[in-house]
Design a protein around this ligand. Structure first.
Ligand SMILES: Cc1cc2nc3c(=O)[nH]c(=O)nc-3n(C[C@H](O)[C@H](O)[C@H](O)COP(=O)(O)OP(=O)(O)OC[C@H]3O[C@@H](n4cnc5c(N)ncnc54)[C@H](O)[C@@H]3O)c2cc1C
Length: 481
């Protein structure tokens, strides 16, 4: 058993963990804190979204001008791209793998500027346990090794989508996860396929299948059958000045929020603006609105409003939208508004599917060779979450969000327990911030969270020794078992 004592361990080297590491290097120059970044593969900055083996047709869904790793240097990513292709502008939609190259480049630069202070290790963490007294945390790796650190930042990213109905082992063989392009590439051409989901990922998968696999037929199904709207091509956002008051005061009801949003969109359209500008501007106010909604209203929003919210808020790059439209026009794909009721594997290695079409009584049957599960990353923490999340929940070092949107943190990104007390030394950044902020899963928001977390953590390390936790935080080692 190796026993290495470091000050900060960051678990997960996707966008969130990588940007936290870079910011932490900058904020701790004086303290010379040692930082360790752990990731199961050597590919840092890439995570699930920006992998280098994905094809170049998978485009960012945010224009380059809003994808800088640093909110205070908005043209940083555009300048990186222009060194490769001078025609790139702030309105360009770049390949996702290019964004991974960029994040890797940012990390390499930061490590060169702060030599010897950031250690990157290929490792998967399976447990984080509080040490007795105030000594921090013991981190167990799946290799069986242990590390210790005073602070642990969890940047674990996305969980895979869950399948909406129970499956037997026979059926499971023919279900493919949304981002498993290698398995998709092994599908024979000329077979019928179901893409479960009609959001962003489903469109990515459709475009990939139609180029690489050439199925005989493709269905895309979700309860409402709504497809994402498109971004405009190369248009700078028009100045819309919105006030969160336009959407009501807390406690805010879902019905009022959606009503006022529609009214504001109509008002701005009358002024010659575009609905997208309203949604873009709303983005910075969304956390405040979300926090003004009582739990029952948040749950109502999730039940009724999310499909409409998502297709307008998470838009497709114009080129992806154009490709989708031509596949729809050619009849290569059919979109179903229907709920999947049953899946059964047949003797001919097919899946017999039963659907309940929206608003209709008779069920609909389909036969497909495979289902690609594109129902969106699961945010809920439960029995099928990774062992680390289950152990942290069992040890009461974190509390799952009651809406199933991730985990609870305070306004400093410290994990909190069920009573809302911060766990001293344990931090979180990543898409599960959705539970607290709703608008938190994309790069423009995560870069700010990573920076704020690094700043708070650096200040805390400078100001406090672990023997005197901040007021309002609890020492996990002293919690009842
Ligand atoms: C397919 C896809 C496309 C997207 N496209 C865009 C886009 O165009 N624009 C945009 O702004 N946002 C986009 N997003 C949103 C995305 O959430 C963020 O941009 C960002 O990638 C999230 O990064 P992350 O580091 O939090 O998570 P991830 O990218 O999931 O990275 C988490 C990392 O932690 C590692 N890890 C997990 N568990 C452990 C463990 N136990 N031990 C060690 N390491 C662990 C994982 O292996 C992974 O490397 C996209 C998301 C997806 C899924």
């Amino acid at each position: 058993m190796a026993n290495d004592s470091t000050s900060v361990i960051i678990v997960g080297g996707g966008l969130s963990g990588t940007l936290t590491a870079i910011n932490l290097l900058r904020y701790t120059v004086q303290q010379r804190v040692s930082i360790t970044l752990l990731n199961p593969t050597p590919a840092l900055g890439r995570g699930l979204a920006y992998r280098d083996h994905d094809n170049n047709d998978l485009l960012l869904n945010v224009p380059a001008g809003n994808m800088s790793a640093f909110a205070n240097a908005p043209s940083h990513f555009v300048e990186f791209c222009q060194r490769i292709d001078p025609s790139v502008s702030a309105g360009s939609f770049m390949p996702r793998r290019c964004y991974g190259d960029y994040l890797e480049h940012c990390l390499t630069d930061a490590m060169a500027a702060h030599p010897g202070r950031l250690h990157t290790t290929v490792a998967e963490v399976c447990e984080v346990r509080a040490l007795s007294e105030t000594k921090g945390f013991k981190v167990k790796l799946s290799s069986g090794q242990y590390l210790t650190a005073q602070h642990v930042v969890l940047a674990l990213g996305h969980q895979l989508p869950r399948f909406p109905i129970p499956l037997g082992p026979m059926e499971r063989d023919l279900i493919i996860d949304a981002w498993d392009f290698e398995r998709m590439n092994r599908l024979p051409s000329g077979v019928p396929i179901l893409i479960l989901g009609t959001g962003h990922t489903a469109v990515d998968v459709l475009l990939h299948l139609s180029q690489r696999v050439r199925p005989s037929a493709v269905w895309m199904a979700s309860r409402r059958g709504l497809l994402p709207a498109a971004h405009r091509l190369n248009l700078p956002p028009a100045p819309v000045v919105l006030s969160p008051d336009a959407f009501g005061e807390s406690p805010l009801r879902t019905r009022d929020l959606m009503h006022r949003l529609r009214r504001e969109v109509a008002r701005q359209i009358r002024r010659g603006l575009d609905w997208r500008d309203v949604l873009n501007q709303l983005r910075s106010h969304t956390p405040q609105l979300w926090q003004g909604m009582p739990l029952a209203e948040r749950q109502r929003f999730l039940r009724h409003a999310v499909p409409f919210w998502d297709i307008h808020r998470h838009r497709l790059a114009p080129l992806a939208a154009e490709r989708l439209q031509s596949l729809l026009a050619a009849g290569t794909v059919e979109v179903l508004a229907a709920r999947l009721l049953a899946v059964r594997k047949t003797r001919h290695d097919r899946l017999a599917l039963e659907f309940k079409p929206r608003g209709q009584t008779p069920t609909q049957a389909l036969s497909v060779a495979a289902i690609i599960n594109c129902t969106g990353p699961s945010m809920a923490i439960g029995p099928d979450s990774q062992p680390l999340l289950q152990q942290l929940t069992r040890d009461r070092l974190m509390a799952p969000d009651p809406c199933g949107l991730g985990l609870n943190v305070n306004d400093r990104h410290q994990l909190t327990n069920a009573q809302g007390n911060a766990i001293a030394g344990l931090w979180y950044v990543g898409p599960m911030l959705k539970a607290r902020y709703w608008e938190a899963i994309a790069a423009p928001e995560l870069r700010v969270h990573a920076q704020q977390l690094a700043q708070d953590l650096a200040m805390q390390m400078a100001a406090h020794s672990m023997s005197s936790p901040l007021p309002g935080t609890i020492n996990p080692a002293l919690m009842p078992g």
